[in-house]
Design a protein around this ligand. Structure first.
Ligand SMILES: *[C@@H]1O[C@H](CO)[C@@H](O)[C@H](O)[C@H]1NC(C)=O
Ligand SMILES: *[C@@H]1O[C@H](CO)[C@@H](O)[C@H](O)[C@H]1NC(C)=O
Length: 273
């Protein structure tokens, strides 16, 4: 009886010390190249160790951002937050953060937090080029693309690719000779069906070319305007000005007479009257 109680008590203590195994991970989403913070929000004082695990491997967490280690993209911030900066596709997935602390007690306690990191990206590809997506991570199970029919499978571990325009090389999925029909959203799922990576793929060729064309056009229009002004407009204006001057100079007497004679006549006549 005592033994049983002891066992129950033991179970209770270990249960309260570590959270339930099925704790749902906190979802965090950040774009490729960005920085993400795995927040621990612990009120605990005297945190002794912060330990980050992933795929049952321990990731070295630097104490400060400037820390020079082989893995200087991961560092501690504040009391126990962990920052992963300059995110790459392969950072996507599940993380476990163990925070060891003691609150003025001799017993060291552990706080376990779980995260699921989703990375998104947007890329544009020129028509005819090969699109290389290094997304076939060790924890990736399938790659899907959404179309008008919904999500369709593009690659699956153990089954490979579903089109002869696709090839796989190491961890890279290659879409050969990209065409407009390859555009869309690609997502990489893990074994539990959770999204690891989302990549929105657009075609850059036509878009940027069109933009260049319009830029060229406006430039050309400006050039044409300049040509018309200097080549035609200005000479015409000059010609008109010269013509007016010549006309005024040559016809000066008559013009002046016509313009000024009535008043002069009046002036000369007035005294006569
Ligand atoms: C990520 O963090 C580093 C250093 O803290 C900073 O220089 C960089 O600009 C950040 N990147 C983004 C995308 O915010
Ligand atoms: C694909 O998914 C994206 C984002 O979920 C959505 O904006 C887009 O309309 C979808 N495309 C198709 C063809 O369903």
């Amino acid at each position: 009886m005592f033994r049983c109680l002891n066992l129950l008590l033991f179970c209770f203590i270990s249960y309260s010390g570590t959270p339930p195994v099925g704790t749902t991970p906190v979802s965090v989403t950040e774009k490729k190249g960005g920085n993400v913070t795995l927040t621990c929000e612990s009120e605990a004082r005297e945190i002794s160790v912060v330990e980050l695990n992933r795929l049952s491997e321990n990731i070295l967490v630097c104490e400060k951002e400037e820390c020079k280690s082989e893995n200087d993209r991961v560092f501690k911030e504040g009391s126990c937050d962990v920052v992963i900066k300059d995110l790459i596709y392969s950072d996507a997935g599940k993380y476990t953060l163990n925070v060891f602390y003691n609150n003025d007690q001799t017993e060291v306690k552990r706080l376990t937090l779980k995260y699921h990191l989703h990375i998104h990206d947007a890329i544009s590809v020129k028509k005819g080029e090969d699109l290389k997506l290094d997304v076939l991570l060790i924890n990736a199970d399938k790659v899907e693309r959404n179309s008008s029919e919904g999500w369709t499978e593009v690659w699956m571990r153990g089954h490979g690719v579903n089109s002869d325009r696709l090839t796989v090389s190491d961890e890279t999925l290659i879409i050969n000779e990209f065409t407009v029909t390859d555009t869309g959203t690609y997502r990489v799922l893990d074994y539990e069906g959770e999204t690891l990576i989302t990549v929105s793929v657009t075609e850059s060729g036509s878009g940027s070319k069109g933009k260049l064309d319009t830029e060229d056009n406006t430039h050309n229009e400006q050039l044409t305007a300049v040509y018309w002004f200097w080549g035609v407009g200005l000479p015409v204006i000059l010609l008109v000005v010269v013509g007016v001057i010549v006309f005024v100079v040559i016809k000066k007497p008559k013009c002046l007479n016509r313009l000024y004679s009535p008043p002069t006549d009046q002036n000369t006549k007035e005294p006569d009257l």
